[in-house]
Design a protein around this ligand. Structure first.
Ligand code: HSE
Length: 408
């Protein structure tokens, strides 16, 4: 006979509601698997329930209220009394993760958070367990479903940015305030968490360089098709010269990059390590039932009982001087010497052109080019001078390009 395992559920929103339904639906199967039958014993909502009472009765706390306060206090108090906690709270973990890991460690309590990053994709489990002994060099991720949905709809169906965002909200992918999605902060929080686990260094949200997709236009996506490039909001966490860089930017990918074919609200995480080359995991990254499934997976891990070691991390040494390849789009007057002037500025700053396309554009010409990797400050110095050339008639459009391709 399975004993009852009581869950104190904090939050009854999209994910909380789905989780409660999923626990009821899967209770028998989980009991057969683990010998413990999960049951939601108390629910804390904005207007109902008392945390102390819920905690006293529960064997574990599932925190799905989001935000920093009061979630930080609730998670900490549960861990202090040695109760396991499962959370999907990326904002909390990317700002106060180290503090909470320490409380968990000191009290022998598990803190699991698979649902905080990339929805139902088991990226955290793979990094913390399968690859626990690997030397991870780089993690790339499409870790925000809303922005991936928007970019996919703009590219495939010609939707405007605003129309695609509205659809993503209607489908329940976006945060309550979608600024965190489209501005990149949601992806940045997830990349900080992945970097912490992959490199064992205490990366926090404020250390992640971040740019969103608010300024991307349908034209950017259309022109880049000439070069066979696909636009994604990409998070990168990598080791550079003994330090670490974590950043989130809209980036063009070549079709043979594993993230290039990840569309709609799907997320994907690519982990690179010399011993494994690369692995890519992909799947639904947003949505109530999908995220709740990741929480349920953590619950089963707790019921099975094999705690994960998570030693304290030293603060990360953040490297800001990085190299990137770039896409550059210029509107110029179509007359002799203009291309030479642009090329001269690039050459003066050591920027090398990889591919180039010129098209008529009304009275002038449209120059679209892709550069090889170069120190970012050199490229931006060149663009600063290019934009002031008399023949350049509009603000240059600049988007990073990820040159890596993985070919079997
Ligand atoms: N708003 C998030 C997204 C939900 O779009 O990916 C999952 O964290």
């Amino acid at each position: 006979m399975a004993d009852t395992f009581k869950i104190g559920l904090l939050g009854s929103g999209t994910v909380g509601g789905s989780f409660a339904a999923l626990v009821a639906e899967r209770a028998d199967a989980i009991a057969a698997l683990t010998g413990h039958r999960p049951e939601v014993s108390g629910v804390l909502t904005r207007s109902k329930g008392d945390f102390d009472e819920i905690l006293a009765e529960a064997d574990a706390i599932v925190e799905l209220i989001g935000g920093i306060d009061p979630a930080r206090d609730f998670v900490s108090r549960a861990l202090q009394v040695g109760k396991p906690v499962i959370t999907a709270n990326k904002a909390l973990l990317s700002t106060h993760g180290e503090e909470l890991f320490a409380v968990a460690d000191a009290n022998g309590a598990q803190l699991l958070f698979e649902a905080a990053v990339a929805g139902v994709i088991p990226a955290i489990r793979v990094i913390e367990e399968s690859l626990a002994g690997a030397y991870v060099e780089r993690v790339h991720g499409i870790v925000n479903g809303t922005t991936n949905y928007i970019l996919t709809e703009m590219a495939r169906n010609g939707l405007s940015y605003d129309a695609a965002l509205k659809q993503a909200q209607d489908l329940g992918y976006a945060e309550a305030d979608p600024t965190a999605d489209v501005g990149g902060a949601d992806a940045a929080a997830k990349m900080a968490i992945l970097a912490r686990l992959a490199f064992g260094a205490g990366v926090t949200l404020d250390q992640v360089a971040c740019e969103g997709i608010q300024n991307i236009t349908s034209e950017d996506i259309a022109y880049a098709k000439e070069f066979d490039l696909v636009l994604k909001l990409v998070g990168t966490a990598e080791r550079i010269n003994g330090g670490i860089s974590v950043r989130v930017f809209p980036a063009f990918l070549y079709p043979s990059h594993p993230l290039a074919s990840v569309h709609g609200s799907f997320n994907a995480v690519t982990v690179e390590s010399p011993a494994i080359t690369e692995i890519t995991m992909s799947g639904p990254g947003a949505g109530g039932i999908q995220t709740a499934s990741a929480v349920l997976g953590d619950l089963v891990s707790i019921l099975r009982g094999s705690p994960r070691a998570r030693p304290p991390a030293a603060p990360a040494q953040i490297v800001t001087d990085i190299q990137s390849a770039f896409y550059l789009h210029l509107e110029v007057e179509d007359r002799p010497g203009v291309l030479a002037d642009v090329a001269a500025k690039l050459g003066e700053h050591g920027v090398s052109v990889r591919s180039f396309n010129q098209q008529d554009a009304g009275q002038g010409a449209r120059l679209v080019m892709v550069m090889h990797r170069t120190p970012e400050h050199d490229f931006f110095a060149a663009v600063n001078q290019i934009k002031d050339l008399p023949a350049v008639s509009a603000e240059p459009r600049v988007i990073r390009v990820i040159e890596e391709e993985f070919v079997e």
